[in-house]
Design a protein around this ligand. Structure first.
Ligand code: BGC
Length: 252
């Protein structure tokens, strides 16, 4: 059969420090143009974030479907939580806002879920069954849970309580930087977090992603877990690729 490749899909990843987008070939998982990044507006208010997303869409002169990974629980396009974004996002219909501002069909999902979908299709989780976690470590701690390749969406396990604190407040990369923790000290916190997940879910694999995964040699040696741990293969592009994958389903 001589099937033609589907049109690329624009993937956008809204993060704590940057909002990044690129068109993605959803068959190969490759970006088909350079990533375009704009710093996340301070405070992350809805209007400002929507403006940046619209700028990215204009930058690529985009007209087709757009997938957007968003750093919160998202149910049917509506934002339900706001740990690292402005509180006024809660109960905002992000899908409606983004599609009105871009004039494009839009799919919105949790950012870690987006990264997880990409890793499971094209990266470190490909062909892996059982219970698999993708943990994105950045401004927040994002989690995506897969059971035999199927996503259980919006798990929000970065907010498990550890030592009386939100896990994200102890073990995110932002906390490592803000508190100037040594890699060893921070790795101990990450290890405590992962071993809590281990004890509660008995996963067969942890995939660690987010910006800090580029420096894995600094902290992997300090982790001591019984679960296999690997580093995300798509690195920081996973969120863009996964968001595009989900939006790709809009055009079928
Ligand atoms: C949010 C999650 C998000 C994670 C990574 C957390 O604070 O609650 O929804 O996936 O940060 O951005």
């Amino acid at each position: 059969m001589n099937e033609t490749s589907p049109q690329p899909i624009l993937g956008i990843d809204i993060g704590g420090s940057g909002i990044k987008g690129a068109p993605v070939d959803i068959v190969s998982g490759q970006l088909v143009a350079d990533r375009y990044r704009i710093p996340t507006p301070e405070k992350g208010r809805p209007g400002d974030v929507v403006d940046v997303v619209a700028q990215i869409v204009r930058h690529f002169e985009w007209q087709g479907p757009v997938g957007i990974g968003f750093p919160a629980a998202v149910l049917n396009g509506v934002v339900k939580t706001a740990a690292n974004i402005h509180k006024s996002w809660i109960d905002t219909d992000a899908k409606a806002l983004f599609s009105a501002a871009t004039n494009c069909p839009v799919a919105v999902l949790n950012d870690a879920d987006a990264a997880g979908l990409a890793e499971m299709r094209f990266g470190a989780g490909a062909k892996r069954s059982g219970v698999v976690f993708i943990i994105t470590i950045g401004t927040g701690l994002g989690t995506a849970l897969f059971v035999d390749g199927k996503l259980v969406p919006n798990t929000e396990l970065g907010h498990l309580e550890i030592r009386g604190k939100d896990a994200e407040q102890r073990a995110s990369d932002a906390v490592r930087k803000a508190k100037e923790l040594s890699w060893q000290k921070w790795a101990q916190r990450l290890n405590e977090y992962l071993s809590t997940l281990e004890r509660l879910f008995w996963p067969s694999l942890f995939i660690l992603g987010g910006g800090v995964s580029k420096k894995s040699e600094k902290f992997l040696p300090y982790l001591n877990l019984s679960t296999e741990v690997v580093i995300a293969r798509l690195g920081n592009e996973a969120g863009i690729v996964g968001a595009a994958l989900v939006a790709g389903a809009l055009s079928q």
